[in-house]
Design a protein around this ligand. Structure first.
Ligand SMILES: [Fe+2]
Length: 187
């Protein structure tokens, strides 16, 4: 979509550009917050619980590589509609981000899920989840989780959150759909 806007194949008025910029900026802030919580809370918990069983250096290197990329995207987003090159820069950085995140998440799931299941106590895990939730933006994150999570992931979330989840999703979905339509042309 942004590639098309960058080469002039697709038109975007200032309202749509502002919606794209806000979406990308919030998404980058969410990813940054998530990594920060991993670096500051999850990694120490894992090291304390599993000791020599785990080497987190590659995952930490990924975080160090991802952070400047998030900054590039946020900077380009701020220039959308003002600088000629912003849409193209943003499209390229987002494509790199998608590739890096795919690899990073795959690696985290492969390396960490078994370690967490085996060594990390429920109490420690709750403190990690609390930290992740603390800096999250529920109005932005929850409807996207509702839209993109697998059915089994949603079922687990429903089990944990209870009836509150359905109420929140209904409340937040309206704004989310409106933003999606504005940005992607679909809901
Ligand atoms: Fe991570």
């Amino acid at each position: 979509m942004l590639c098309r806007i960058a080469v002039g194949e697709q038109q975007a008025d200032p309202v749509r550009l502002a919606a794209i910029a806000t979406f990308a900026t919030k998404m980058c802030a969410g990813i940054h917050h998530h990594h920060q919580a991993e670096d500051d809370v999850l990694w120490p918990v894992i090291v304390r619980s599993a000791g020599a069983e785990v080497d987190l250096s590659e995952l930490s290197d990924d975080h160090a590589q991802l952070d400047p990329l998030l900054k590039e995207i946020t900077t380009a987003a701020a220039g959308l509609g003002k600088e000629q090159s912003a849409a193209g820069r943003m499209a390229r950085s987002l494509a790199t981000l998608a590739d890096l995140l795919d690899q990073h998440i795959e690696e985290e799931e492969r390396l960490l899920f078994p370690i967490i299941a085996k060594y990390v106590s429920e109490k420690d895990w709750e403190s990690v989840e609390d930290e992740v939730r603390k800096g999250g933006d529920i109005g932005f994150d929850l409807p996207r989780i509702g839209q993109y999570a697998r059915p089994d992931e949603l079922a687990e979330l429903r089990r944990l959150a209870g009836p509150l989840l359905a109420i929140l999703l209904r409340l937040l979905n309206h704004g989310h759909r409106r933003r999606q339509r504005l940005i992607f042309g679909t809901a």
